[in-house]
Design a protein around this ligand. Structure first.
Ligand code: F6P
Length: 367
């Protein structure tokens, strides 16, 4: 008797991120070549699962996409089946529990396992589907690098490279015009992108959510540099850094999203305050989605490939309810529940924070 071909579903959820296509390629090639399984691509994250939008992916679909940014499947951060925006008769949008639709479509498509590639929000949903009996396997993705139980997520290295290049370019203008330039970077509630990007690009002040800052401390650093003949400074601020009164700066709230808060705007607030307090000409640059676009770095391609191959093996032969993770440079399986237990933020005494302080970099908390 011949065993029936396994059918593996794959989706990419949350914000796009360099390396997603490298994962789809790695999962696809492994399940097809090593297990003779069929790969079903689910469109636009969990939206496609709720709405039954999926298609078979063949060898050709998963070839030639290693270096491609974005995701060939599409993605969404509004697809939580338990918190799904549905337009009702009045034309209004209501948030409803549509998880029964996701389960029904999974079964109707004859899927054995779902590979969910995403960040914190995607892993929470994958975990809930696992609790309902679906075989799920996670692959950690996010430029924010804030998932627990893995040392790194793919996409982070590419985002850090973008920040580094931007700081290099802004450095010349800051220096030539004797200006302070504030650069706002992404990262949600974690300061990893600002910390690594800022150190790589030689920022003079680094502001991250994990270390509260004061205006006095930032301005003292900037003025001190000016009195030592450096009449310019680069300030790298994470979008999630909080103002001295403890407030986050939001550019909006969108209740349809898994996380309603849309961070953004702290760069302008910091620039305004520095200019007012020091009198130094100050500019702000918000890097925004440039950090998520384009080709993944070689490092992210390798990491995405390793994670994807591992997830494919799990998808075809178990264990389930796990996420592929990088720990001590080995790819291992961790429980999805462990990955979502808490957000991985920067410890205030992290080795890289201490190293930056040794170089004289300010974190806005120095007396
Ligand atoms: O999680 C990735 C991320 O780029 C965050 O760094 C940022 O806060 C958020 O997504 C932006 O989301 P959107 O693309 O929906 O504006």
């Amino acid at each position: 008797m011949t065993a029936t071909k396994k059918r593996i579903g794959i989706l990419t959820g949350g914000g796009d991120c360099p390396g997603l296509n490298a994962v789809i390629r790695a999962v696809g090639k492994t399940v097809m070549h090593e297990y003779g399984a069929t790969l079903i691509g689910i469109e636009d994250g969990f939206e496609g699962l709720v709405e039954g939008r999926m298609r078979e992916l063949g060898n050709r679909d998963v070839s030639g996409i290693l270096n491609l940014g974005g995701t060939i499947l599409g993605t969404s951060n509004k697809g939580d089946p338990w918190h799904y925006p549905v337009e009702v008769a009045s034309g209004k949008v209501e948030i409803q529990d549509t998880s029964y639709k996701a389960l029904r479509n999974f079964k109707q498509a004859g899927l054995d396992t779902l590979v969910a590639v995403g960040g914190d929000g995607t892993m929470h949903i994958a975990d809930k589907l696992g609790d309902l009996g679906l075989q799920v396997v996670g692959v950690p993705k996010t430029i924010d690098n804030d998932l627990a139980a893995t040392d790194l997520t793919f996409g982070f290295d590419t985002a850090v490279s973008v920040v580094c290049e931007a700081l290099d370019r802004l450095h010349t203008t800051a220096c030539s015009h004797h200006r302070v330039i504030v650069v706002e970077v992404m990262g949600r509630y974690a300061g990893w992108i600002a910390l690594h990007g800022g150190v790589a690009g030689g920022a003079d002040v680094l502001l991250i959510p994990e270390i509260p800052f004061t205006w006095d401390s930032i301005c003292r650093k900037v003025n001190e540099r000016a009195t030592h003949g450096k009449r310019f400074s680069l300030v790298c601020v994470a979008e999630g850094a909080k103002l001295p009164d403890g407030q986050e700066v939001l550019r909006g709230l969108d209740n349809k999203r898994t996380d309603a808060k849309q961070l953004g705007g702290i760069g302008a607030a910091v620039a305004r305050e520095i200019e007012d307090r020091t009198g130094l000409e100050t500019r702000v640059t918000v890097l925004g989605h440039l950090q998520r676009g384009g080709s993944p770095t070689a490092f992210d391609r390798v990491l995405a490939t390793r994670l994807g191959v591992h997830a494919a093996h799990c998808a075809c032969r178990g264990p389930y309810g796990v996420m592929a993770a990088l720990q001590n440079n080995e790819i291992v399986s961790v429980q999805i529940k462990d990955a979502i237990a808490k957000l991985r933020t920067v410890p205030a005494d992290h080795q890289l924070v201490r190293a930056a302080r040794s170089l004289g970099t300010g974190f806005g908390d120095e007396a």
